[in-house]
Design a binder for this molecule. Structure first.
Ligand code: COA
Length: 260
């Protein structure tokens, strides 16, 4: 796969997607969003890929937001379409069926914070700064930031970030549960890979169904979510990996999962 604004690499079950516009702090223009859509659609179909690490090129930014040059000239109808197109890309990332780890290597602002929130897990470098500064530009978050932020960190903290527009440090993001870990910049990719390896040791279908149970469950009442969980639990019981995983435990050996 060759892209103009992304770097893509695949190694031993791991895919690396890097937004590659470092001179513009990896801002998300229309081209980046189209390429992210194509890239994640291809990743979804690629059975060799178990986990994705998403990051930004350079040492300064993960993604410094939607491209303000494009935003500045949008009509209301185009603005709505841009927002919905972006929401679809982020929904694909969130519901990919395989985990996506955001390796936040600097500024994650606006669309950058939103794309990180659509990822399954987030690891931030110590220099990262996360925020939703849209109100400073006269707009509101448009790639589901008004929805995902409050769900991740609670309504009060989410609204504080969205209404002040002020970015927060990596440590503060960790404190409020916006990121899972904070590590030195030089160790960021290694930390993401370590987390990926831990997840990859587990049964792929169980990972997929667990993601579905949590993602869809959060959109339902708890009783309906529990019903979904029980149904997916039952589905796990039909898999070869469930038989292998339980047998391996009883035989005191590591399990060999095949994703079936
Ligand atoms: N859209 C378009 N271009 C952007 C951008 C964005 N969201 N964020 C940064 N850039 C560009 C800058 O215009 C600049 O381009 P230039 O060299 O052609 O002038 C380049 O990236 C470097 O950014 P610069 O502002 O010079 O770096 P800095 O270190 O002084 O400041 C930030 C870094 C992140 C604080 C600052 O770039 C910023 O506030 N960006 C916008 C963040 C934002 O509001 N995002 C939400 C958009 S909805």
């Amino acid at each position: 796969m060759a892209y103009e604004t992304l770097l893509f690499e695949k190694r031993q079950g791991l895919a690396y997607v890097t937004v590659n516009r470092p001179d513009k702090l990896n801002a998300l223009n229309r081209r980046v969003m189209e390429e992210l859509l194509n890239c994640f659609q291809a990743i979804q179909k690629d059975e060799e890929i178990r986990i994705v690490i998403l990051t930004g090129a350079g040492e300064k930014a993960f993604v410094a937001g939607a491209d303000i040059n494009e935003l500045a000239v949008q009509s209301p109808v185009e603005g709505k379409e841009t927002s919905q197109r972006g929401q679809r890309v982020l929904d694909l990332i969130e519901n990919l069926g395989k985990p996506v780890i955001a390796a936040i290597n600097g500024y994650a602002l606006g669309g950058g914070c939103e794309i990180a929130m659509a990822c399954t897990l987030r690891i931030a470098a110590e220099n990262a700064r996360l925020g939703q500064p849209e109100v400073k530009l006269g707009i509101i978050p448009g790639y589901a930031g008004t929805q995902r932020l409050a769900r991740l960190v609670g309504k009060g903290r989410g609204l504080e970030m969205i209404l002040t527009g002020d970015p927060i440090s990596a440590q503060e993001a960790y404190r409020i549960g916006l990121v899972n870990q904070v590590v030195p910049q030089a160790e960021l990719l290694a930390a993401a890979e370590k987390l990926a390896q831990k997840i990859m040791a587990n049964a792929p279908l169980a990972i997929r169904f667990a993601l579905e149970a949590v993602n869809h469950g959060l959109e339902m009442s708890e009783a309906e979510g529990q019903f979904l969980e029980a149904t997916l639990f039952g589905l796990c019981c039909t898999t070869a990996d469930m038989k292998e995983g339980t047998r391996a435990f009883l035989e005191k050996r590591p399990a060999k999962f095949v994703g079936k």
